[in-house]
Design a protein around this ligand. Structure first.
Ligand SMILES: Cc1ncc(COP(=O)(O)O)c(C=O)c1O
Length: 383
């Protein structure tokens, strides 16, 4: 049996996905996966834990080399040690950049439907949301570049791009990325690219990092992380990649001022080991992901042929349109509980998407099968 089809009981491990649902409920919620980390990562952590002392830590050069090599190998752009700022979380990086490079009342552009904390970070910091909605053509999502330019013309100061896009799974094309960077440069917009899902590519698709276009614009930040890729979100680690010297100095100054950022010795070790030794594991995971996506697509097409959902290029997320039920996402979530199924509410990603749900495919296929059965049963009972 493949590593990714092995069932590991996560109940009772302070696990958000499985310990926040009632007994018997199958959970396909928060964006982590149900797989054990690669054996190399587990062994390195066990060895380090065995040592028994966890005092203050210095980041080894080998850590930076691992990140530099990963960026070149996986994303095709070149960075140096000084370009990497180690953070606890991608959201911590975005929050810091919002606070440093925009002020209260400034407009920040995002692409709804999108990862809910982008709304919270913008409005919670008293910035103004400027929504460049993705165009939804029968669950095929595309970027409205013309509207994006209009938003920039209206004076937006920052653009938070989610590439690959959570929840619709879109990967922007190279041409789109270049056009975005050029527009940011033209209108002097700070571009923050959240690329946390960029290792989870579904077969046949190709990812282009904004990092390939640092030369076209000064105000660029690329947020990468091993957390989704290797299922280590609980260890907390992310890398903020910057090229502009002034921005790097300013970010470092503020990290020092507030004594934030950095990561713990176990997450540094996990990231370095994974990047150095586990590329093969990422490729295996991509195959599993593709298999799970095909399985879900074929199952749903057969059992509930009228159902519409996005065809993800990346991520392990299935974005499902249940608006035909004429119910709110919240109502649907509540009713699904009766069917012992937990998923995410679509309206959190944009109010216009009330009635959608997000279903996490990152699990063994037998678990997925059970979840899909419950979903199909619920939908058939609504007919
Ligand atoms: C697009 C995106 N960005 C950021 C995060 C959170 O990352 P972190 O835990 O490193 O803040 C997630 C988690 O689901 C995500 O999907």
């Amino acid at each position: 049996m493949s590593h990714f089809d092995k069932i590991v009981d996560r109940k009772g491990t302070s696990c958000f996905k499985w310990d926040t649902v009632e007994e018997g409920v199958y959970s396909f919620t928060i964006a982590d996966s149900d797989y054990e980390v690669p054996k190399e990562v587990k062994e390195a952590l066990l060895k380090r834990v065995e040592h028994g002392i966890f005092g203050y830590t210095v980041v080894p050069n080998s850590y930076y080399e691992a990140v530099i090599n990963w960026c070149m190998k996986r994303y095709g752009f070149s960075i140096e040690k000084d370009d990497i700022i180690i953070m606890n979380k991608v959201l911590e990086s975005i929050s810091l950049l919002i606070n440093l490079y925009t002020k209260e009342g400034d407009k920040i552009v995002i692409n709804p439907p999108v990862y809910p904390p982008f709304f919270a970070l913008t409005e919670g910091n008293k910035r103004v949301l400027s929504s460049n909605h993705l165009i939804n053509d029968n669950e095929h999502y595309s970027l409205d570049l013309k509207d994006l330019e209009n938003k920039f013309k209206e004076g937006a100061k920052m653009y938070i791009l989610c590439n690959p896009h959570n929840p619709v799974g879109k990967i922007y094309t190279k041409a789109e990325i270049e056009a975005i960077v050029r527009l940011c440069n033209k209108y002097d917009v700070f571009l923050v690219s959240d690329e946390i899902h960029s290792d989870l590519i579904i077969y046949g698709h190709e990812f282009t990092s904004v990092g390939k276009f640092f030369h076209l614009h000064d105000k660029i930040a690329v947020c990468i992380s091993p957390s989704k890729t290797f299922n280590i979100a609980g260890l907390r680690i992310a890398n903020l990649v910057l090229k502009n010297e002034e921005i790097k100095a300013n970010v470092r100054k503020h990290l020092e001022r507030y004594k934030i950022g950095g990561a713990n010795l176990l997450s540094l070790l996990a990231c370095e080991t994974a990047y150095n030794k586990c590329e093969y594991w990422v490729i295996e995971q991509q195959k599993h992901l593709f298999k799970n996506y095909e399985f879900a697509r074929d199952y749903l097409n057969k059992e509930v042929p009228y159902l519409k959902f996005a065809n993800p290029h990346s991520t392990y997320l299935l974005w499902i349109n249940l608006q035909y039920l004429n119910k709110t996402s919240e109502q649907i979530i509540k009713e699904l509980k009766e069917y012992k199924l937990a998923v995410n509410t679509g309206c959190d990603y944009c109010k216009d998407y009330d009635g959608y749900i997000r279903f996490n495919l990152a699990c063994p296929q037998s678990i997925l099968n059970e979840g899909l059965k419950r979903l199909a049963k619920y939908l058939k009972d609504q007919e």
